[in-house]
Design a protein around this ligand. Structure first.
Ligand SMILES: Cc1cc2nc3c(=O)[nH]c(=O)nc-3n(C[C@H](O)[C@H](O)[C@H](O)COP(=O)(O)OP(=O)(O)OC[C@H]3O[C@@H](n4cnc5c(N)ncnc54)[C@H](O)[C@@H]3O)c2cc1C
Length: 141
């Protein structure tokens, strides 16, 4: 297995169901001690609780619990769950200096949508840059 962490930028997370229910991350040691070994060797032990939205996680747990009625044991401690951690933060749009997209005229990206920073000051600054630019285009300043 590659490494241990709660979040990662590549690959998928693997976690024991027991760890997920106890809200603690799976570690390589905990997984090695199990009877079942992950078939996806490159998966990284971690905590899916940090990667998936709460409501989706609850739905998955409920589904596993119901599945246990059909296939007893699925809701056991050593069931392995794989899940991706998907971040949109790094998605970047190609922009001009005035934050207008290179591809579409008069379409601007601001704030978190720019994909460079995350913060209220930067978001506000984006708004000012774009507003000034539109006013300039409209001959209002
Ligand atoms: C829990 C938390 C704590 C944070 N703490 C800090 C902090 O301490 N300091 C800091 O600098 N930054 C902090 N941030 C980050 C900061 O809030 C964001 O970077 C900033 O708000 C981004 O501004 P924005 O205008 O890009 O997006 P947002 O503030 O998210 O505004 C987007 C708006 O668009 C609306 N919207 C979405 N979809 C649609 C649609 N289809 N139609 C119409 N409207 C829509 C949303 O309702 C929302 O009002 C925090 C973020 C979070 C989640």
């Amino acid at each position: 297995m590659a490494r241990q962490c709660n979040a990662l930028g590549e690959g998928v997370i693997v976690q024991r169901l027991k760890d997920l229910k106890e809200n603690r991350r799976s570690t390589e040691k905990r997984i090695m001690e199990m009877n079942i070994q992950p078939t996806l060797k490159e998966a990284t032990p971690g905590n899916l609780g940090y990667a998936l939205p709460y409501t989706q996680l609850q739905a998955i747990l409920e589904m596993i619990s119901l599945l246990d009625g059909i296939t007893p044991g699925v809701d056991g401690p050593d069931t392995l769950l794989y899940g991706p951690e998907i971040k949109w933060y790094s998605s970047r749009t190609e922009l001009k200096n005035n934050l207008e997209t290179l591809k579409y005229n008069n379409l601007y990206c601001a704030g978190d949508g720019v994909g460079i920073t995350r913060g209220i000051v930067q978001a506000a600054q984006c708004g000012i840059i774009i507003a000034n630019n539109i006013m300039e285009k409209e001959g209002l300043c």
